[in-house]
Write a protein that binds this ligand. Sequence first.
Ligand code: FAD
Length: 383
Amino acid sequence: MGKARIAVIGAGLGGTVAAALLQRNGFDVRLYEQAKVFSRLGAGIHLGPNVMKVMRRLGCEETVDAMGSHPDFWFSRDGKTADTIAQIPLGDYALKTYGARYVTVHRGDFHALMASAVQPGTIDFGKCLKRLENNGSEVRLIFTDGTIETADIVVGADGVNSKVREHLLGAEPPRYTGYVAHRAVFPASLLGDNPYDMCAKWWSEDRHMMAYYVTKERDEYYYVTGVPQAEWPEGVSMMESSRDEMREAFTDFHPDVQSLIDVTPSVTKWPLFERDPLPLWGRGRIVLLGDACHPMKPHMAQGAAMAIEDAAMLTRCLIEMGSADYTGAFALYEANRAERASKVQLVSHNNTWLRSNEDPAWVFAYDVFDVPLASFSRQIAEA
Ligand code: FAD
């Protein structure tokens, strides 16, 4: 094979980072995205030191640093009393101990930055993958608009309802977890004089609210919840919620939480889905990453982080093995990602992360480009 043509399906956080890293390492990449344009989704996102080390490799660390808030601590608070139940040092401590900063940003700003990190013209918008055909010597990508493209390698970064996963493992919808997440972003001026934590998770037995700033200037505040809800209508990706619904869900929470709800201009509600760890991450010329492969509850704030780490490890393995040996590269990639991603899925499912004063080093200190590579069995990879 000459220079391998790599098609990445889905320009979310994992897909854009994969494309940008692969291009910086000389690979020939096209990125296909179903959306016609990106919108600035009203949400925040945590970027731990493990992600910021990937940003360093991308040349984006300083820009992300300048964009986001740098919480001094992750506070875990008792939802009713506001008592501190855990206080995890971040700020300068994170830089010194884990090798990079902990940043909280607006998801839309971060996604726009990642989309701009790929070479201009790489993303084909309005291209919704319908199915794949692998004829052994190349893969045909058939899109819903009737167009067909070909590639030597296909990376499925197409999220929780991945068509690429479906090609590898058959149609099976992800499992609704019985939990929803409310999301609201609003001007921090609405908080009044009440000194809110830079980053705090308010806990009760069966629900929580995570709240933090999403800009360096701390002029936007964000919260995201995890609240039980038995049913979710099939095929609906999100819906409007309301202050009344929030008040009902958090009725016995502390007055600081009630005040947050009182000043909320608008709030949306999202279903949370997950899957059990997949029996395989790739086959032949096709491989998965991110939510396509291991969707999880967002309760560790590490879902996108895992997609970004996957993107970085996949790049590393393609460099290590060479794209002609894609089977070896994909097996090396899975051998170096499956255990960590599955562990993060499990902890996210159990929603125990940083509820007590645990050591977060196994997540934050990880450097995907530096960690020694585990080996793989070629017999299994080619079976
Ligand atoms: P996605 O970001 O879902 O991207 C998939 C892309 O593929 C999309 O652009 C989609 O349009 C495109 N696509 C889908 N199907 C097709 C198709 N057929 N053809 C072409 N394109 C297609 N993670 C964190 O690390 N930190 C957090 O703080 C955090 N908070 C969260 C809060 C909530 C409420 C939720 C729900 C999630 C949160 N996450 C967080 C998790 C994170 O959002 C996901 O894990 C992450 O977005 C996964 O990235 P991805 O690239 O795999 O998939």
